[in-house]
Structures are given as C-alpha cells and as structure tokens.
Ligand binder design. Structure first.
Ligand SMILES: Cc1cc2nc3c(=O)[nH]c(=O)nc-3n(C[C@H](O)[C@H](O)[C@H](O)COP(=O)(O)OP(=O)(O)OC[C@H]3O[C@@H](n4cnc5c(N)ncnc54)[C@H](O)[C@@H]3O)c2cc1C
Length: 501
C-alpha cells in the first residue's frame, strides 16, 4: 500500500457516537491482533488501523513461497477474525504519523487520509527487512516479510525451473537459473534453503524433461560463523550437517557485497571474493523496525537501537506518555528477541493495563517475557528446538514444531486445510500451491517505478468528486437547453404525436 498523501483535507474518522474510552491499535500482526482480542471484555471502543486487511502468520511465509500452503491459510482477514468482537472495528490504512500531544493517529490509503483520536494507544507495527544500507539489493533479492514477498518468491522459484527447462531444450547453459541463493542463516533462511532443496530433489524430480532438477545448486550464505546463532553451537552444527546432507551448500563468514539481476558478489573473512551466478536470490538477513519508532523517538527522546527499535519503559509505555504502549518487534527492552511470543505477551500486558486502569486497579509489575522456546524446521521430519535447557533435534523436534504451529494458526478452517496440505507435502511428494503468475513476479518492481505506487493508479478523492460534478452540470445544461427548445417551439404541453395528423 502506498504511503503517499493527497491534497485531501484529513478527516476525523473516530468511532461514531463513541462515549467510551477510545483505544487505537496500530497493526494487525501478532501484537495488534492479540492486544485487540485481549480487550474483548473491556469497556472500550477499539479501532485497529493496519496497512493490510489480513493478520499474517509470518513463521509460515516460507511455506507459501515454496508452494506448500496457500496465502489464505496463513493470512485470514482481520475483519473476519474480529467479526464477533463488537467493541472492535478495523480500518485499512498505513499509519504515517502519531501525534502524542494531540493524541491522534494519521493514516493513508490510496490518497485518502484518516485521523483517529485515542485515549490509549497500542503501537504494534513490527519490523521490515533490512539490507544493511544496501536497499538497492531489494530489487533482485526480495525479502520474506509479507504475502506479496512470499508470492513473488514462489513465482521466481518455480519460474526459474521453467526458464531453465526452456533454455536447456535449446542447448543453453542454465546453471544461473538452477542456482538458488538464500542470504541469512537464521530460522527463515534455513527453512527456505531446506525447502528449495526438497523441491528440487523430491517435488519437481519427475516433472521436467530437459533439466535434472536434483542438480539444482542451493546456497545458504551468512556473515556469521554458524547457522542459527541463537540456538547455540551444537544445534548450529547439527543443522548445518543436515542441510548439507540435503544438498545445501552452506557458506559461513561470507558477506554479500553486491547483488544484481544475474547473481551476487560475496566476500569472505580472509578477503577472498567470489561471484555466484544465480537468478533467484532470497534475502532473509536483518530486520529494521517500523519507521514509526523513529517518529515516536523524535517526540519523546526515547533512544533507538541500530535496528531502529525504540527503548520503552519497563511497563512498555513511552517516557512521559503512560497512555501509549509499544509492543513486539518495534521495541528494544532487555534484549528481548524479535519473536511472536514477545509481541503476543506484550500486547496482552498492555491490554490488561488499559483495562485495569479503567477499573481503578493498581499498576501491574513491569513486563516480564516468558520464553516458551524456539524452533526451526530444516526439512520434512527434521527440526531443531530449544525449550529452556532442553535441546531437541530430528523427528521429535519436528513433531513439536507441527503441534505448536497448528495451535497458533488462526482459525479452525485454516488449521484444517493446513493439515491437509502438510499431508500432501510431507507424506507424498506433491505441493498443492504451485500456481504463480507473471504479475506476482513483476508487480512489486512495476509499482516501485510509479512515483506514488498504487495511488498513481486511482483517482484522488477530490478528482473523483470533480468528475461527478462535471457530469451533473452537463446533464443540467442539457435539461435547460431542452426546456428552452420546448418553450421556443411552443411544443410545451403538446402531446407526443399531436399535430401530425
Ligand atoms: C519469515 C519470518 C519467519 C518468522 N518465524 C518466526 C518463528 O518461527 N517463531 C517466532 O516466534 N517468530 C517468528 N518470526 C517473527 C515474528 O513473526 C515477529 O516477531 C512477530 O510477527 C512480531 O509481531 P509484531 O506484532 O511486532 O509485528 P508484526 O506481526 O510484523 O505485525 C506488524 C503489523 O503492523 C502493520 N503495519 C506495519 N507498519 C504499519 C503502518 N505504518 N501502518 C499501519 N500498519 C502497519 C503490518 O501490516 C502488520 O499487520 C518470523 C518472522 C518472519 C518475517
């Protein structure tokens, strides 16, 4: 959604007739949705403003990108999820400003500007991809943060095999098309690399005639000395060995210094440089907090860390603004990791505090994150997990991964179809969601070439009214001209057909 603004006068879009305490929630991700739900029974009116119409379950994005799940299964419409929660409404819009003094949140969508007033605010706008100052890499190496990203990657991955088949049929060298590079060896990178390898060696093995898909080269690159750093050295080594067994080349201590349409440049710790010819690149390294953190920092003096996360008070509020809570990936507090549970628990804490204040209850103790553990899958039946001091690997960890993800996928309908799709992919060799379109692959770059993105493709609200006014005038003028003609020709009141006899 474009962030561009219009000349339209911003309009107040508060809840009509609201006399209750107004809570505005920014974002429909883990923090936004769980915070809103936690206020279900509170005596408040909630307005959730988010730039997408869905709640995204990011941990399974890689399965959409590799054809296992459909986008709908991991991104139910927020409106539907909250349909029964009468004190909540959902507004589409990208928040571009939060005015802490005026207590307003300003958002835009397709040139329409909306302003909402709040009594309490929960900001949960998450984080985006970071290219470490090389944003131009994004054109050729999409990140993995949104449904758009996952569908684009799906198109690029399956499309590369198609182009390779075409090239190989003509006797051309297709190595660059059959090389897939994933940058970033955290959980997302490991999962992507593992899935692309499984696609090449299992799913697509029998589908092509001119290429041998199992010869595809899958490379996982990271500047760090091990894969999955937060999981510790032992699990990192175990994961690397499993990936290599799958056929993934793991390049550690390797920094990506250049990315273009045809490949990428890598520099190793010892100074050696290498060029990898690869049309398909996936960027799964680094996060940058929502720019709203900066906006809030400017108004409060709260510090920002290197990833743009804002320092908050121990109760998740902003210094000097106890009515404003910031949760999830946007915050820097006690080295909390950027994981879903931090956002969920933080949002529930904020909701409880808002409700408690309205009921006159004393303030809660400072926010304390309860670490339920971390896990990452490597391939079907293979995962790693850490729960407190316990380290699990292989099939048991994979079963745990399956159970946990089933619990957290939103909605019974989505859980049921996800299980069916997992059966198809993990027990069989098929993938139900291999469809990809040209628009998915090129839409992002095409929109980026328009100055104001999608806003350039629709009329501004003012223009639309002007056009309606012009049509109404034309119609009135035609009516007036007809009146004059009837008067001049003395035809007024004459019956149709009269006088012709
Ligand atoms: C590919 C991937 C895999 C992951 N895997 C795991 C995992 O296995 N386990 C785990 O615990 N965590 C995982 N994470 C991290 C986890 O998803 C995040 O920590 C979590 O989503 C953070 O929640 P949040 O509410 O802070 O942000 P998000 O869930 O990202 O939600 C942000 C919301 O804000 C909206 N938004 C952003 N900017 C604006 C704006 N300006 N105006 C209006 N709306 C806005 C977005 O559309 C979105 O609805 C993964 C993340 C990714 C990207």
């Amino acid at each position: 959604m474009s962030t561009s603004t219009s000349n339209e006068t911003p309009r107040s879009d508060d809840q009509p007739d609201s006399t209750r305490h107004r809570v505005v929630v920014v974002g429909s991700g883990f923090g936004g949705l769980f915070g809103t739900k936690a206020l279900k029974r509170a005596d408040v009116d909630i307005t959730m403003v988010a730039k997408t119409t869905h709640h995204l379950f990011q941990p399974l994005l890689y399965q959409v990108a590799t054809g296992i799940l459909s986008e709908g299964e991991i991104a139910p419409p927020t409106r539907e999820v909250l349909a029964k929660q009468k004190n909540a409404r959902v507004l589409l819009g990208e928040v571009t400003d939060i005015d802490l003094e005026a207590r307003t949140v300003t958002s835009h969508v397709l040139g329409r500007t909306t302003v909402n007033h709040y009594d309490s605010l929960i900001v949960a706008a998450g984080a985006g991809q970071s290219y470490f100052g090389n944003d131009h890499f994004a054109e050729f190496a999409p990140g993995m943060k949104s449904i758009d990203d996952a569908l684009e990657l799906r198109g690029r991955i399956f499309g590369a095999f198609e182009m390779a088949e075409l090239g190989a049929s003509r006797g051309e060298n297709v190595d660059h098309l059959l090389t897939f590079v994933v940058v970033g060896a955290g959980p997302t990178g490991v999962e992507m690399a593992g899935q692309i390898a499984e696609l090449a060696t299992r799913t697509l093995k029998r589908d092509f005639r001119a290429i041998e898909t199992h010869t595809a080269r899958v490379v996982l690159i990271d500047a760090a000395p091990q894969v999955l750093p937060p999981f510790g050295r032992k699990l990192g080594l175990w994961t690397k060995e499993r990936l290599e067994r799958l056929g993934v080349e793991v390049m550690l201590g390797a920094m990506v210094t250049g990315v273009d349409e045809r490949g990428l440049q890598v520099k190793f710790k010892n100074g050696r440089e290498e060029r990898i010819e690869a049309v398909t690149k996936v960027w799964a390294a680094g996060v940058q907090a929502s720019p709203l953190s900066k906006r809030l920092s400017e108004q409060t003096g709260a510090p920002l860390d290197r990833a743009g996360r804002i320092g908050v008070n121990p109760d998740l509020t902003l210094p000097g603004y106890p009515e404003v809570f910031v949760v999830g990936d946007m915050i820097a507090l006690d080295n909390l990791p950027g994981v879903a549970q931090v956002a969920i628990q933080g949002a529930k804490y904020a909701a409880k505090e808002i409700d408690g204040r309205l009921k006159g209850k004393p303030a809660q103790k400072p926010f304390k994150y309860f670490d339920k553990g971390s896990m990452a899958t490597i391939s079907r039946f293979n995962a790693v997990a850490t729960i407190g001091k316990i380290r699990l690997t292989g099939f048991i960890a994979w079963l745990m991964w399956l159970a946990v993800h089933l619990v957290y996928i939103t909605g019974f309908k989505n859980r049921t179809t996800a299980v069916l799709h997992w059966f198809v992919s993990f027990l069989g060799r098929g993938r139900s969601e291999r469809t990809a379109t040209e628009q998915q692959i090129f839409g992002r770059t095409a929109l980026a070439r328009l100055g104001r993105g999608a806003t350039d493709l629709v009329s501004a609200p003012g223009e639309l009214d002007a056009e309606a006014e012009r049509l109404r005038r034309t119609e009135l003028e035609a009516q007036a001209a007809e009146e004059v003609r009837l008067t001049d020709s003395s035809a007024r009141g004459t019956k149709v057909g009269a006088g012709k006899a």
